[in-house]
Design a protein. Structure first.
Length: 223
């Protein structure tokens, strides 16, 4: 079991493509200390004012990583995906530097398996995950969709007709449909936690949890 890192631990991000830049940018907005590395001088200069540190270096070279102090980080993100060979070499260097938490982008299942065998703690498939999310949203029944491990997901949606005007016990959401309404948002009000007595109206938004299969069936009940 990998130990959790402090929530404010500095993060090393390697690669400033779309995924790496998005990751570094969001970390910076969260006030995290970030060191970004890329071989492209223009990208490094562009990001120098947006993150804590930006360095032009070749992360495939472990000595270059040592020189910039990569071994002192407890969290690293290998965001290089365009070249599988480069991604694997960089991930291997991060493992050799004994960085406890290594997140690595993969462009295919085989690429991901290699990264896992090398020692990457977390393998991310951004394109595949985005595709799965869009596939659930294009039906128009769901407004947002987040999937976790073991086929479990959270969905934002309008309430299906069969549960409107009833409290959650009376509508039998959990007993009949095997999903749980976690939160409800009425127009002009913030989301609130749902209880057994919560009554869902036509104009509400709801947050629902369950397996993807059960959520799809629930959403298909009609709006």
């Amino acid at each position: 079991m990998v130990d959790r890192n402090k929530h404010d631990a500095p993060v090393l991000v390697i690669g400033l493509g779309r995924f790496g830049a998005a990751t570094a940018g969001q970390l910076a907005r969260l006030d995290r200390e970030v060191l970004v590395i890329d071989t492209n001088e223009e990208l490094v200069q562009k990001w120098a004012e947006r993150v804590t540190h930006a360095v032009q270096a070749d992360a495939k070279n472990i000595d270059a990583l040592r020189q910039i102090g990569a071994q002192d980080f407890s969290v690293a993100v290998c965001a290089v995906g365009s070249s599988v060979e480069a991604s694997v070499l960089i991930a291997a260097n991060l493992v050799d530097l004994k960085i406890p938490q290594i997140w690595a982008k993969a462009i295919s299942q085989s690429h991901g398996k290699i990264l896992e065998r090398i020692g990457a703690n977390h393998v991310i498939y951004p394109e595949a995950e985005a595709g799965e999310r869009v596939a659930h949203l294009v039906s128009g029944r769901m407004l947002d969709y987040i999937q976790f491990d073991d086929d479990f997901a959270l969905v934002k949606m309008y309430p299906p007709k069969p549960i409107r005007g009833l409290n959650l016990t009376e509508s039998g959401v959990r007993s009949k449909h095997n999903v749980t309404v976690v939160g409800v948002k009425s127009p002009g009000k913030p989301f609130t936690y749902a209880t057994a007595d919560t009554i869902v109206s036509n104009h509400d938004l709801i947050i629902v949890s369950g397996t993807t299969k059960d959520l799809e069936k629930f959403a298909a009940l009609g709006t």
